[in-house]
Design a protein around this ligand. Structure first.
Ligand code: GRF
Length: 203
């Protein structure tokens, strides 16, 4: 069977990208990684992609007059790579309708909090400072809002008495590395069905 072709967009360390690469290699995740693209030339994610033999591109925001112009070129590169779906993994830019309309219901994101609580930057730290007893992470479809699209999977992470924001974030990241490949596997298997805000997962 043809494997779903995905692209990953990343701005930083790329540990979620690494989890995706590892689960493709293990045979758990039946997708082909067509492209890893970053807005940051120094992103370590690019090294991880190269080490795995995955094509990479860098697209510098400074070279474009607007976010829409940036996303138009992004879409061109993604389509040229053959990507049918896109996983945002620590991608630190807001996406525009230009991008989303090119991949309807085919853009996913991982967020380090139990949405809809603590959207935006540093979700783990926001949750820790708020004093929650259960933190966690969320994989969701991307819409035009900030971390607001339909939720695919979530994993809870209890906050321990001796946690600080960093130790909590590290345990949340471990769960991210489990649920992101799983969500992408469900997508690749055609098991995700969006009904309004709800994502139904077929057996
Ligand atoms: C993760 O915490 C993810 O939830 C957030 O950005 C971070 C990316 O980490 N969106 P990495 O680059 O995958 O290591």
């Amino acid at each position: 069977m043809e494997r779903l072709k995905i692209a990953v967009l990343a701005s930083g360390s790329g540990s979620n990208l690494q989890a995706i690469i590892d689960e493709i290699k293990s045979g758990f995740l039946p997708v082909e990684l067509a492209l890893v693209l970053s807005d940051k030339p120094q992103a370590y994610a690019l090294q991880r992609a190269k080490a795995a033999g995955v094509p990479t591109k860098v697209l510098l925001p400074a070279d474009f007059a607007s976010r829409e112009d940036y996303d138009a070129e992004l879409v061109r590169l993604l389509k040229a790579s053959g990507a049918e779906a896109v996983a945002l993994a620590g991608y630190m830019r807001l996406v525009t309708p230009v991008f989303l309309q090119a991949f309807p219901h085919r853009v996913l994101n991982i967020h380090p909090a139990l949405l809809p609580s603590f959207p935006g930057l540093h979700g783990q730290r926001q949750a820790f400072e708020y004093g929650v007893k259960v933190a966690g992470c969320t994989v969701h479809f991307v819409d035009e809002g900030m971390d607001s699209g339909p939720i695919i999977l979530q994993a809870p992470v209890p906050v321990l008495e001796d946690d600080d924001a960093d130790s909590l974030a590290a345990r949340i990241l471990e769960q991210e590395h489990i649920i992101y490949p799983l969500a992408l596997r469900l997508l690749a298997e055609g098991k995700l069905h969006i009904e309004g805000r709800r994502v139904r997962i077929a057996e």
